[in-house]
Ligand binder design. Structure first.
Ligand SMILES: Cc1cc2nc3c(=O)[nH]c(=O)nc-3n(C[C@H](O)[C@H](O)[C@H](O)COP(=O)(O)O)c2cc1C
Length: 236
């Protein structure tokens, strides 16, 4: 870990990093130094994994390689607005409640921040398509996993990703995890030259949050503790 990182880092409680993390959907184009990414990934790699398999792979783009990639996708989107299909289900088919309602509410709340009406499908599609520009972020990350790995290792990749998102907060940065990239898995795989035995899981935008962007005012709900936790055997 370089001395520059130690000097400039903003010490942050884990709780504060968790609390201040949100999915940022408008970024400043301020360049992020390589040292920052290296520092984040060096610490993030301490994520736990079953059997210490460390089953994650991450490819990071910025500058010219990122601009070229975004341009390729922009062209492809014109011909294939819904992408290339995906290698896994981003959501289970026939999503049921309470998950279905949560997903719906999250979308409603998101579009409300930018005054897009429920009926305005075209505006929603335009907003969603900003995923494919990484919401203007100067850094893009792609997380992939060996195809032979199972659900347990996918969970490990999730823990690694969460570390990246929390460490970004420590550096004053924000992120947005982006499974939207699943529908461009072929193009992503070709561009990154992912080994054939690897499968794209998720993209991630990273950079400084645009504090003036209304979309970044969204703070999503969470279910009450009683809805997901059962505590037994405690004194009080
Ligand atoms: C694995 C994963 C994939 C996601 N994919 C997208 C995406 O493609 N586009 C997007 O705008 N948000 C995406 N999100 C953000 C979620 O919508 C967001 O985490 C959720 O609504 C909770 O809001 P918060 O992150 O602001 O707390 C993703 C989040 C996760 C964890």
């Amino acid at each position: 870990m370089g001395s520059e990182f130690i000097r400039t880092r903003i010490a942050m409680l884990v709780s504060a990093a968790i609390d201040s993390r949100m999915s940022c959907r408008a970024f400043l184009d301020t360049r992020i130094p390589k040292a920052t990414l290296v520092a984040i990934l060096e610490v993030a790699k301490r994520a736990p994994s079953g059997g210490n398999l460390q089953p994650w792979r991450v490819d990071v783009l910025t500058g010219e390689p990122l601009a070229k990639f975004v341009a390729i996708i922009r062209d492809k989107l014109r011909a294939q607005p819904t992408g290339e299909g995906s290698e896994y289900n981003v959501y289970p088919p026939n999503l049921h409640d309470p998950y279905r309602s949560r997903r719906y509410k999250c979308g409603e709340d998101l579009y409300a921040t930018i005054a897009i009406d429920r009926a305005d499908k075209a505006a929603r599609v335009r907003q969603f398509a900003l995923n494919y520009q990484f919401f203007g972020a100067p850094v893009a990350l792609f997380f992939s996993v060996d195809r032979r790995m199972g659900v347990d290792q996918w969970a490990d990749v999730g823990m690694f990703m969460q570390n990246v998102m929390l460490l970004a907060r420590e550096h004053g940065l924000h992120t947005c995890a982006q499974e939207a990239w699943a529908v461009w898995y072929k193009t992503v795989g070709e561009y990154l030259q992912l080994p054939a035995d690897h499968m794209l899981f998720c993209g991630m935008a990273l950079g400084y949050r645009d504090e003036s962007a209304p979309i970044n005012t969204l703070r999503t709900d969470r279910a009450a503790l009683q809805e997901f936790a059962t505590l037994r055997g405690f004194e009080d």
